[in-house]
Design a protein around this ligand. Structure first.
Ligand code: SME
Length: 173
C-alpha cells in the first residue's frame, strides 16, 4: 500500500532552475524507491515510475515508457501526458536512437535532432534512457519538455541510476 510521494506543489509546465530540479529529484528518490521496494513486475514498475516521475518533474509534458515489442520495434507503454505515438521503429526518432545504441539520449533542442518524431508540437527538449533487464534492452524511459534544455546532464545521470536500480532489483542485477 502506498500513498505516492510528498513534494511541494509546482504547477505543470514550470521549468525550475537546475539546482532546484536536482534537489527535488534527490528528495523524491528515496520515496520512489520505497514505493517500488520488492516489486518485481516490469509493467507495475513502469506505470508507477511514469506516475511518480510525472509528479517529480513539473517541466515534463510527457513522461513514460516505450516497450520493446520486436527485435527492432518499440510500442507505447505506461505514460502520463498527451497522446503519444503508438509505435516507434529503432530507426526513428530519439527513442529509436536510444534503443538502437543502448545509450541515453539527452537532446537540448529537438529541432536540431535529425529524425525527431514530433508527437506534440510543443516539445522542445527530450531525455530518453535505456531500460535493461538481464542486460537486454526491454524498454526506454522517454521524458519530453516544452522548454529548451529541460533536462540537465545531472538529472540524466540520477535518472539513469534510478532506472538501473528499479529494474535491476527485478532481476537481481
Ligand atoms: N519524440 C519522440 C517520440 C515519442 S513522443 O514524443 C511521446 C522521439 O523522437 O522518439
Amino acid at each position: 500500500m502506498s500513498e505516492g510521494i510528498l513534494l511541494s506543489q509546482v504547477a505543470r509546465g514550470t521549468l525550475l532552475p537546475e539546482g532546484e530540479r536536482v534537489a527535488r529529484l534527490r528528495e523524491a528518490l528515496p520515496q520512489i524507491e520505497a514505493v517500488l521496494e520488492g516489486e518485481s513486475d516490469e509493467v507495475a514498475i513502469q506505470a508507477s515510475l511514469a506516475c511518480l516521475l510525472w509528479e517529480t518533474l513539473p517541466q515534463a509534458n510527457w513522461c513514460g515508457f516505450y516497450r520493446r515489442v520486436g527485435e527492432r520495434m518499440l510500442a507505447v507503454g505506461p505514460y502520463q501526458g498527451r497522446m503519444g505515438c503508438l509505435r516507434i521503429p529503432f530507426e526513428k526518432g530519439v527513442c529509436g536512437a536510444c534503443a538502437r545504441t543502448g545509450l541515453t539520449q539527452r537532446v537540448p533542442d529537438v529541432h536540431a535532432f535529425p529524425g525527431h518524431i514530433a508527437c506534440d508540437e510543443a516539445t522542445r527538449s527530450e531525455l530518453v534512457i535505456p531500460v535493461r533487464v538481464r542486460g537486454r534492452l526491454t524498454a526506454v524511459l522517454d521524458l519530453d519538455c516544452p522548454y529548451l534544455d529541460g533536462f540537465s546532464a545531472t538529472e540524466a545521470r540520477i535518472l539513469e541510476e534510478l532506472v538501473a536500480r528499479c529494474f535491476g532489483s527485478r532481476t537481481g542485477l
